[in-house]
Design a protein. Sequence first.
Length: 132
Amino acid sequence: MICPNCGARYTVDPVALGPAGRTVQCFRCNHRWFEPVEPAAAVLDEYIPEERPVPDFVIRPQTYGSALPAIADQRDFPSWAKVLIGVAVMLGIVAGLVFMLKDDIIPMLPQDLREQLGLPAIVQTAPQTPVP
């Protein structure tokens, strides 16, 4: 099929034109014209292999799923957020351990540090011996 306005060539299945022909539109210049169905003999002659010009456009059916939108990748946490969460978890664990073991840790601190922190002074007492 050739556009009478601009000369663009198209390859169209004769079945797509229907039994009575069809109005078609040129992709290049938007010209519309009626394309009649060729007689059966002409269709057979067209299928005989000979040197024919290559069409400018080939009309093909859409492929399945070609109009589907692309799926966006799910974003992961940024690396700085992972580090911040890790530091917060570690500080929580250390604070919990210090709180649970404070009775064992306070005597190990130097006296002047305990005074600066406002912790009670530890009084050294002699071990009591049982009275006989």
